[in-house]
Design a protein around this ligand. Structure first.
Ligand code: CAA
Length: 260
């Protein structure tokens, strides 16, 4: 597939995915969503990639939302279809069997905030701004905002942000738990790469199973969730990397994981 709006670059075991429509502040139109869907498949199938960084091109924005120009004249059926497309792609990203770090350097509004929330970890620059301004456009959040924001920051705070549509700065996003960490603007990608490399140096199957256990467990009761954890834990003992990790510890030597 020819990619016009998304760039994928491989740096050893880390892939950097950039939403690249800087003139429209990386707004997500259908074409970009379809390209992102394709990129998720590529990442899924690439056995050499152990961690992913997702970012936006340019100085100003991570992603300034779904594309308002494209949405303006949609009817009910088309609106639902657009929401289903975004939700499908973001859900695939959320369930990708590799950790995804969102590196947010500027505006993460509407669909942009929703995209960041579909990632595992959010690193923000001190210039980043967040919000769900949809109601000011006459619509609800449509790419998971009503659900993921409430799960991340609690229903009260999610309702405040969504009903008011207010835009918050990075320090406030950190305070309410919307982002994991705030770093100086120039250091954003450096920090994201360092974190991705730290993750990629660990046993990839154990990281993958941890992600699945957390994601699945958050959607069910504690007893079922702990069964998922026990399943994941048990599965690790069928891997060469578990033998290697523990043997290297006992032999006091460097470990070398094979993703097996
Ligand atoms: N869709 C389409 N184009 C967008 C856009 C969006 N979400 N956000 C910005 N752009 C475009 C602007 O139209 C402008 O294009 P032109 O140069 O052709 O006029 C360009 O990007 C630069 O934007 P501004 O001139 O507006 O830049 P600014 O610095 O003055 O303002 C901003 C920045 C505050 C982020 C402002 O662009 C803005 O408010 N954007 C819209 C944010 C928004 O409402 N996002 C939610 C969209 S709805 C949604 O996402 C629904 C969903 O949940 C699925």
């Amino acid at each position: 597939m020819e990619l016009n709006n998304v760039i994928i670059e491989k740096e050893g075991k880390v892939a950097v995915v950039t939403i690249n429509r800087p003139k429209a502040l990386n707004a997500l139109n259908s074409e970009t969503l379809k390209e992102l869907d394709y990129v998720v498949t590529e990442l899924e199938n690439d056995e050499e990639i152990y961690a992913v960084i997702l970012t936006g091109a340019g100085e100003k924005a991570f992603v300034a939302g779904a594309d308002i120009t494209e949405m303006k004249d949609l009817n009910t059926i088309e609106g639902r279809k657009f929401s289903i497309l975004g939700n499908k792609v973001f859900r695939r990203l959320e369930n990708l069997e590799k950790p995804v770090i969102a590196a947010i350097g500027g505006f993460a509004l509407g669909g942009g905030c929703e995209l960041a929330m579909a990632c595992d970890i959010r690193l923000a620059s001190d210039k980043a701004k967040f919000g769900q301004p949809e109601v000011g456009l006459g619509i609800t959040p449509g790419f998971g905002g009503t659900q993921r924001l409430a799960r991340l920051v609690g229903t009260g705070m999610a309702k405040e942000l969504i009903y008011t549509g207010k835009i918050i700065k990075a320090d406030e996003a950190l305070r309410i738990g919307l982002v994991n960490r705030v770093v100086e603007g120039e250091k954003l990608m450096e920090e994201a790469r360092a974190m991705a490399q730290t993750i990629a140096a660990n046993a990839p199957i154990a990281v993958k199973l941890s992600k699945a256990a957390i994601n699945r467990g958050m959607q069910c009761d504690m007893d079922t969730a702990l069964m998922y954890e026990a399943e994941a834990f048990g599965e690790c003992f069928s891997t060469a990397d578990q033998k290697e990790g523990m043997t290297a510890f006992v032999e006091k030597r460097e470990k070398s994981f094979q993703n097996k």
